[in-house]
Design a protein around this ligand. Structure first.
Ligand SMILES: C[S@@+](CC[C@H](N)C(=O)[O-])C[C@H]1O[C@@H](n2cnc3c(N)ncnc32)[C@H](O)[C@@H]1O
Length: 176
């Protein structure tokens, strides 16, 4: 009997995860695909991200980027994630890692970005015009947008890093 209840609970959790992933994809049109750890470590070092920075991950998935940036640089990190299961996975990982990273189950377009000195996005082309507009409208002069694979359509990057497996990191600095 106990094993039956256990299997039922596991199946229910799995169903919830699949449903939430599907719902998340319908809402955001962006699947959860994590950035490679070595790519995160590379750009953090190249850009000199430090404990003075406030780093936002736009669509933080399971929190991997925030955890690595916090560990490597000491920056304050905040991740926004709409999909329920990845958001909660990040919150659970946070406890085990003893991390101070913050995660909100919220649409990043609905939150001001003015506090961030670095915003990171691994998103999808149809979203990028809106992300570019919000970066230019919200972020303070000198802030960076670090964008993986799908560049802003309207402005030229200050830097482009070509990474293994055909990935690219585009870096934009807010002028003014
Ligand atoms: C490709 S994954 C990247 C995850 C993580 N940033 C990384 O690089 O490992 C993109 C994530 O953004 C989330 N997302 C897309 N649009 C969003 C929005 N408007 N607000 C919050 N999260 C969003 C998706 O649910 C997905 O988990």
């Amino acid at each position: 009997m106990a094993i039956m209840i256990f299997l039922l609970v596991v199946n229910l959790i799995l169903l919830l995860v699949i449903f939430s992933a599907f719902l998340g994809f319908v809402m955001t049109r962006v699947p959860f695909v994590p950035t490679r750890a070595s790519d995160i470590e590379f750009f953090a070092k190249e850009l000199g991200i430090s404990e003075k920075d406030t780093f936002f991950d736009l669509g933080s998935g399971d929190g991997k980027v925030c955890f690595l940036i916090e560990k490597q640089t000491g920056a304050k990190t905040l991740g926004f994630e709409l999909t329920w299961w990845t958001h909660w996975l990040a919150r659970i990982k946070r406890i085990f890692k003893g991390s101070k990273a913050k995660f909100v189950n919220q649409n990043f377009f609905k939150h001001p970005w003015s506090e961030a000195t670095v915003v990171y996005g691994y998103l999808y082309p149809p979203l990028m015009k809106r992300v570019e507009k919000k970066f230019l409208a919200d972020c303070r002069p000198g802030s960076l947008a670090v964008i993986r694979d799908f560049p802003f359509p309207g402005i030229k990057p200050q830097l482009v890093f070509r990474l293994p497996k055909n990935h690219e990191i585009y870096v934009y600095r807010k002028s003014g």
